[in-house]
Write a protein that binds this ligand. Structure first.
Ligand SMILES: *[C@@H]1O[C@H](CO)[C@@H](O)[C@H](O)[C@H]1NC(C)=O
Ligand SMILES: *[C@@H]1O[C@H](CO)[C@@H](O)[C@H](O)[C@H]1NC(C)=O
Ligand SMILES: *[C@@H]1O[C@H](CO)[C@@H](O)[C@H](O)[C@H]1NC(C)=O
Ligand SMILES: *[C@@H]1O[C@H](CO)[C@@H](O)[C@H](O)[C@H]1NC(C)=O
Ligand SMILES: *[C@@H]1O[C@H](CO)[C@@H](O)[C@H](O)[C@H]1NC(C)=O
Length: 303
């Protein structure tokens, strides 16, 4: 079932579920269950979607320090299979959105003079920034790493380094999805066709990934640290792995609402992209509904 889940999750996120009394079930609820499942079954890995270059000025440009990254949050230190090796080298990449020219109290990313922890590796401190001609776009960040790990910064960032000096990281394609419609229930609208979310799909053609993702095959699913859960897309090939985001890590759904959902007995209706009712059936809980959706998706892929 897990395999099917990872294959079909993307389509599931395009669905909207409503009760027969027309009250909406937030897609957040469905996503809550998906996250619960994937938290247990999807190993952690690292991808930087919008890379900005960081040069570690106090590390020799020929050095490669292999650090242990966790595949599972609860990995025991004596369980080697729960870790994977990643190289830390003098040229690495962080998310563009994790750097700001102006620091502030509530900001945990990198800024001039500020330190952050590169997860599983070292704290780094930004010592210099090279800006483009517009004086705002960041070309390159210079930083020093604290190899004794004495600094304890609040912010923790994900990162991908050059696997060896002068070699670019693995490039992967990543497709991000958001809800297909802007309103919660497009069926309520007179003109639901005018409601699609313009940001429902974003394709990033060249994200940087750790090398272990080169061997990802269809059916594999991962948590990209800080970014969400992703499944390997059928378009993937040996030259370029392709991943679809199933859900982000954000969890807007509280335990209180969950209890309510479990108690409620109702009829579920599933709407597709085209707003066709695919099924309308009496189900007693969300687990059943999700199982039903998965079976349905299986039959779709067999067509
Ligand atoms: C990934 O997204 C593409 C659309 O960009 C879609 O055609 C494909 O079915 C999705 N793959 C999975 C595994 O959901
Ligand atoms: C994910 O699973 C770990 C145990 O492996 C648990 O400690 C953590 O709270 C879970 N995270 C979420 C968001 O459920
Ligand atoms: C950063 O701070 C400077 C000076 O305080 C200000 O002029 C500038 O607009 C700020 N930039 C951003 C992106 O907030
Ligand atoms: C490393 O630095 C040396 C001296 O600055 C330079 O000659 C060499 O080309 C650099 N190597 C790489 C892989 O960038
Ligand atoms: C929900 O449905 C599943 C599958 O039929 C069942 O195993 C589970 O016990 C049900 N949970 C609740 C809270 O009724």
């Amino acid at each position: 079932m897990h395999c099917v889940l990872s294959l079909l999750f993307k389509k599931v996120t395009l669905l909207v579920i409503v009760y027969s009394d027309n009250s909406m079930i937030h897609i957040d609820r469905l996503e809550y269950y998906i996250r619960e499942e994937l938290n247990k079954t999807a190993p952690r890995t690292t991808v930087v979607l919008h890379p900005v270059k960081v040069v570690i000025t106090n590390l020799d440009n020929e050095s490669i320090i292999n650090v242990d990254a966790k595949k599972w949050p609860a990995a025991l230190s004596n369980d080697g299979s729960s870790y994977y090796k990643v190289p830390f080298t003098s040229i690495l990449y962080i998310e563009r959105s994790d750097f700001r020219k102006n620091d502030s109290k509530d900001y945990y990313g990198l800024a001039p003079g500020k330190s952050v922890l590169l997860r599983y590796a070292f704290p780094i401190k930004c010592t210099d920034v090279i800006y483009g001609d517009d004086e705002n776009s960041v070309i390159e960040i210079h930083a020093e790493y604290d190899f004794l790990k004495k600094t304890k910064p609040k912010g923790v960032l994900h990162w991908v380094a050059q696997p060896s000096p002068g070699v670019e990281p693995l490039k992967v394609e990543v497709r991000l999805f958001e809800k297909l419609f802007l309103s919660e229930n497009p069926a309520e609208l007179e003109d639901w066709l005018s409601d699609p979310n313009p940001n429902s799909k974003e394709v990033i053609h060249e994200a940087y990934a750790v090398l272990s993702l080169a061997s990802a095959v269809l059916g594999d699913k991962y948590q990209f640290e800080r970014l969400g859960y992703f499944a390997v897309d059928p378009d993937t090939n040996s030259e370029k792995p392709v991943f679809n985001r199933t859900v982000t890590l954000r969890d807007a759904y509280s335990k209180g609402n969950l209890a309510l959902l479990k108690r409620k007995e109702s009829r579920w209706v599933v709407w597709t992209e085209k707003n066709n009712i695919i099924f309308s059936t009496k189900l007693f809980n969300a687990t059943q509904a999700i199982e039903r959706i998965i079976r349905l998706m299986e039959s779709w892929t067999q067509l």
